[in-house]
Design a protein around this ligand. Structure first.
Ligand SMILES: [Fe+2]
Length: 315
């Protein structure tokens, strides 16, 4: 029997090259050299777009970043990430579990607990760390809002500070405050502007028949960095092709989504399942449709704050 390879077009190959499949990828337990030798800091990273805060920028299984990186981070109960800062914004979107995130300034820390579909945008130059105080592992999606971030600057690493101080992100006993949107402390006030709870965000019903929750962008955290939205797409709903002047990534959280590209009258498409991703480059006409029986939940990252609103048209 002869098996003939199916001929594929250049456009189909390009779409395949912009797709990251959960089952094709691996979690890397050695992504952060600064954690080496500290079991309490253990975490695993799965890179989809760029390297994030990891120095592993040469990973050929990772999509090239333009304006943001995207990865998954896995953290087991009892482990933490030492307090550090970046020159640029970085978001944590919780997918599973409950994560405690702390922001530190002058030895005081505000801690917030985030559950599934909650997000924090870590402000630039703000010391932040995280810890899993729960009983189940945490899985989250991290995006850094620049293609090639500088290495993190550590503020309270167990290399240089007592383990208990590092675990509390730099807060001595009695110096930790809870997250409080009505709190008087300047750090509570600052953090309140950067924490998004899924259940507090308005649900926007598009005329095309799906929902959007804007995490970063008009109506959400209004900021000058990348836009971030969660889409809810009912069964059999889809939109006509549209394009943006920056790249757009779709990471499926629940259900399945078919993403298509169009160029010179040619159409190609691919179906994504949970934790699969497509990164569509700037200018490429693309569309999506939920061909499954159940709804799809999709995390979308868009490469600029000024990307215009799309007038979605039902397909
Ligand atoms: Fe960070």
């Amino acid at each position: 029997m002869t098996i003939h390879a199916t001929p594929t077009s250049a456009l189909a190959q390009e779409l395949a090259a912009h797709t990251g499949r959960f089952t094709d990828k691996s979690f890397d337990w050695n992504a952060f050299p600064s954690n080496a030798g500290f079991d309490e800091l253990a975490r695993a990273q799965m890179r989809y777009i760029g390297a994030g805060g990891s120095p592993k920028v040469g990973d050929s299984s990772t999509l090239k970043p333009d304006n943001f990186t995207l990865s998954l981070i896995y953290k087991e109960p009892g482990k933490y990430a030492a307090c550090h800062s970046h020159e640029i914004e970085e978001s944590f979107l919780i997918i599973e579990g409950v994560l405690t995130v702390g922001w530190e300034k002058d030895g005081e820390v505000v801690e917030v607990r985030l559950g599934p579909k909650d997000m924090i945008l870590n402000a630039r130059e703000i010391g932040h760390g995280f810890r899993n105080d729960g009983v189940t592992p945490v899985l989250m999606s991290i995006s850094v809002d620049v293609g090639k971030p500088l290495p993190p600057v550590y503020h309270y690493h167990p290399k240089e500070h007592p383990s208990e101080l590092a675990r509390s992100f730099g807060a001595a006993p009695g110096k930790t405050l809870p997250f409080d949107r009505n709190g008087e402390h300047p750090l509570q006030k600052l953090m309140a502007r950067y924490v998004v709870r899924h259940n507090e965000l308005p649900t926007i019903w598009e005329d095309a028949g799906f929902t959007r929750k804007v995490y970063v962008g008009p109506g959400g955290i209004e900021h000058d960095t990348c836009r971030k939205e969660m889409l809810g797409i009912p069964s059999r709903v889809g939109v006509k092709p549209y394009s943006r002047d920056v790249e757009e990534a779709f990471l499926v959280l629940e259900g399945s989504l078919t993403v298509g590209w169009e160029e010179n009258g040619e159409h190609v498409e691919t179906e994504l399942g949970p934790r699969d991703l497509v990164k569509t480059p700037a200018g490429r006409r693309h569309w999506f449709r939920n061909n499954s029986a159940g709804p799809a939940t999709v995390w979308s990252v868009i490469g600029s704050a000024t990307a215009g609103e799309i007038a979605y048209r039902a397909a």
